[in-house]
Design a protein around this ligand. Structure first.
Ligand SMILES: [Ca+2]
Ligand SMILES: [Ca+2]
Ligand SMILES: [Ca+2]
Ligand SMILES: [Ca+2]
Length: 534
């Protein structure tokens, strides 16, 4: 009823922002995980170790802490045929690698739950209840690793709408069967005959776990209930450490630690995690970020994006970035190890963007990585993700996170002479920082003097040697020298009234290229009153 009235009022834009997700069954509809455990390795397939892949599965315990019974109707061939309204479980495995948390499982097939044993305990006490195609209030059930590894009820994630929790039986993988049997579109479930121990189970490349991996690896299980409001989904996702050991030509798994709620990104030490969603029309992306530096004037930005339940998928990952910024070491990672469909980076205006090629969006239940170095300091801002497919809602999802925000110094090329000399902003020239320092890097014991003036000069003494200081109106710090490590620090302090100032070092070196007197560093224009991009 409420939904109908909102639709009627939508033309007047009265209640669009208040309208719940389209199929919400209300605040009492709340399925939950209460544990995940029992990692199991079923076997391997493919080329000789470590060129093959491993099939794994996990156990989850489910319960009903809400006030409404949960639909648990099976996709089987009972008189009702393949029912669609049952919980679906997504599985994901990630590990820490080079300071990143990266997904090492495939876009895993999902469990279609088919009955609840309605056991008392774990989420309240529902008393003595029968097995049923619903989970009664206060009841629980355990899906063992064997159950979650049974190919009879494992189907492709692409068939599931994770935002609505919906799935269409007719024409599905189950309808077709494997190998294809019966009619593919009659809604009658075909049989599924796996060809090996890995097929359709959570699949991990051996190359990602060579020699076994018993720390820094985690599995996540996510439960989707059709019609569960998003406000009840915090208890639907858990992750837990586990290990995989290669013993006597095969793999064995060991569950470790304890399960915790939340995106698997919570397992990434030191990262800051935020999320955004497409209004009430589509689901959520979680963005974890770590920023380190500066090192030689560059900060390292490391992002991991988890599409938790966004059905339309991500077609891009965009961040604001000053057009004057220098960028290096650009990195991105999807989950398929196919370099031909990797996302591509581009810079347009005040933005850096990675864009998906056709056919490789970031789908739900996947973790992608993006990283780069730049000479812009971090601050609060938004990541923007373009939706990959048409569907309800806006074209983009915005996630508030940490982004390159303030460019403290603009690098100007034009240094010359051997040894070379690199001028950097040592820290941030923010208002009132009495310690703000210019850093010169060269060989040990190079005498140098740092000149400064208002910016705007670029005189090419030779094609290589650019004088970047206004020689008609400049100032200079006393002659100094790099230390045994090749570094000289010139403390400038910060006065809030200072304008932008360009610095350049003149070096006393052998064979000096400028007038036979000096070599030159690059220039930096320090933005004493800057707050964002120039
Ligand atoms: Ca059925
Ligand atoms: Ca069929
Ligand atoms: Ca829930
Ligand atoms: Ca790829």
């Amino acid at each position: 009823m409420l939904r109908t009235s909102c639709v009627l009022l939508a033309a007047a834009s009265v209640c669009g922002g208040l309208m719940a997700q389209s199929n919400s069954r209300g605040p009492g509809y709340d399925g939950a995980l209460y544990e995940i455990s029992s990692a199991n390795a079923w076997g391997r397939r493919g080329p000789a170790y470590p060129g093959g892949e491993v099939g794994v599965s996990f156990e989850n315990g489910l319960c009903n802490p809400g006030t409404m019974n949960l639909a648990w109707y099976a996709a089987d061939n009972d008189p009702n045929g393949m029912d669609e309204d049952h919980p679906k479980f997504g599985f994901l495995v990630a590990k820490e690698e080079n300071g990143r948390l990266v997904q090492i499982s495939d876009w895993s097939f999902c469990k279609h739950a088919f009955v609840s044993t309605n056991t008392p305990g774990s989420c309240g006490n529902c008393g003595n209840q029968p097995w049923a195609e619903q989970m009664f209030v206060g009841c629980s059930d355990i899906y063992s690793y064997a159950n979650n590894g049974s190919r009879t009820y494992l189907g492709p994630p692409s068939e599931i709408n994770p935002w609505l929790g919906t799935w269409e039986a007719t024409g599905s993988y189950f309808d077709v069967g494997f190998p294809a049997n019966g009619s593919p579109t009659d809604g009658v479930k075909g049989s599924i005959t796996p060809t090996d121990a890995v097929m359709n189970r959570v699949t991990i490349q051996e190359s990602d776990i060579v020699g076994g991996l018993n720390s820094g690896m985690y599995f996540q299980i996510q439960v989707l209930h059709e019609g569960e409001p998003v406000t009840n989904r915090a208890n639907n996702v858990m992750s837990r450490p586990f290990g995989l050991s290669y013993i006597a030509g095969g793999w064995s798994a060991s569950t470790q630690g304890s399960p915790t709620f939340g995106s698997i990104l919570t397992r990434w030490p030191g990262a800051t995690l935020t999320s955004g969603q497409n209004g009430n029309d589509d689901g959520r992306f979680f963005v974890a970020v770590k920023v380190s530096g500066p090192v030689q004037g560059f900060w390292h930005y490391e992002y991991a994006v988890h599409n938790l339940d966004n059905h339309r998928g991500g077609a891009s990952f965009r961040l604001p970035l000053c057009s004057t910024a220098r960028v290096q070491n650009v990195f991105s990672r999807d989950i398929d190890k196919d370099p031909l469909n990797d996302w591509t980076m581009s810079r347009v205006g005040d933005e850096i963007a990675w864009t998906a090629p056709a056919g490789n969006p970031q789908n739900w239940n996947t973790l992608f990585n993006f990283a780069f170095d730049c000479d812009v300091a971090p601050g609060a801002g938004n990541a923007t993700i373009d939706q990959a497919r048409v569907g309800p809602g806006a074209l983009t999802v915005t996630v508030p996170t940490t982004v390159p925000s303030f460019q403290p110094a603009i690098h100007i090329t034009g240094g010359c002479g051997t040894p070379s000399c690199l001028l950097l902003a040592q820290d941030l020239p923010t208002t009132g920082n009495p310690n703000f320092t210019i850093r010169a890097e060269s060989d040990p014991f190079v005498p140098l003097a740092v000149f400064f003036s208002l910016p705007g000069i670029d005189y090419a003494y030779t094609p290589q040697c650019h004088i970047l200081i206004d020689l008609n109106a400049y100032n200079v710090f006393p002659l100094t020298s790099t230390d045994p490590s090749g570094v000289a620090l010139i403390q400038t302090g910060v006065d809030p009234t200072w304008p932008d100032i360009t610095f350049q070092a003149a070096t006393l070196i052998p064979n000096p290229p400028v007038e036979g007197l000096v070599g030159l560093s690059n220039g930096i224009t320090v933005r004493y009153n800057g707050t964002s991009c120039p």
